[in-house]
Design a protein around this ligand. Structure first.
Ligand SMILES: [Zn+2]
Length: 228
């Protein structure tokens, strides 16, 4: 039996769900999960490249170290491996990364628009608005660094002319962050149909209070589960 069978099952379930919800096309997007347990120090499980989500099986997922070296000769890892490695190296509070290509969020990314903090739940789950960095070519170290730097201590970032990255203390949390970014992007687009000023940010003092709640929740979850 595979040592990482439970984690493979979980990451596979999230990958299928990401496709089922329409957050990615058959061949786009990717996800990774930091492995825990004995012998897991510095190891990741990541989705493979060139495999449609509807054909993915748990054994297709790739175990690699934080230098990006797969542990066996199985399928090749995601073409966005550099992005995942950079976030897992820099953000020790993050256990999982999901990268999606959902439609409304990608539309904002194409328009070069960050998503401002317009609804309460995005502050609690993401830590504020969803920022956007400079354009970088897919799969490059430049994209990895730009995304990680632009995301800062928040839980989501838009990749210009490309898509979304969401992170979390678990793989389902990272998926829900990407799902929330898509729903908020829809609200952002639709609110502007009411005319100029339609997309009103939350009051600044409320944003500050909610950011404090976000930071407190993170501190509690890291203290309870230092691995996660
Ligand atoms: Zn992508």
């Amino acid at each position: 039996m595979d040592q990482w069978e439970a984690q493979r099952t979980e990451l596979h379930a999230v990958s299928v769900e990401m496709y089922r919800r329409g957050l990615v096309g058959a061949y786009s997007g990717n996800a990774s999960l930091r492995l825990e347990g004995s012998g897991a120090e510095g190891l990741l499980l990541i989705t493979p490249t060139q495999k449609p989500w509807y054909r993915l099986v748990p054994q297709d997922l790739v175990v690699m170290n934080l230098d990006g070296e797969p542990l066996d000769d199985g399928p090749a890892p995601s073409s966005e491996t550099a992005l995942h490695l950079e976030i897992h190296r820099k953000r020790r509070d993050v256990a999982a990364v999901v990268h999606s290509h959902s439609i409304y969020a990608s539309a904002a990314a194409v328009a070069g628009r960050e998503i401002p903090p317009i609804v309460d739940e995005m502050i609690f789950a993401i830590g504020g608005g969803v920022p956007i960095g400079d354009y970088a070519f897919p799969g490059t170290e430049e994209l990895a660094q730009t995304a990680c730097r632009t995301m800062g201590e928040g839980n989501a970032v838009l990749l210009r002319n490309h898509g979304v990255v969401g992170v979390g203390s678990g793989i389902w949390e990272a998926l829900e962050v990407c799902d929330l970014v898509e729903r908020v992007a829809r609200i952002f687009v639709l609110s502007q149909s009411f005319g100029p000023g339609g997309a009103n940010p939350l009051p600044p003092d409320i944003i500050e209070i909610e950011k404090q709640v976000f930071k407190m929740q993170r501190r509690v979850s890291v203290e309870i589960d230092p691995q996660g």
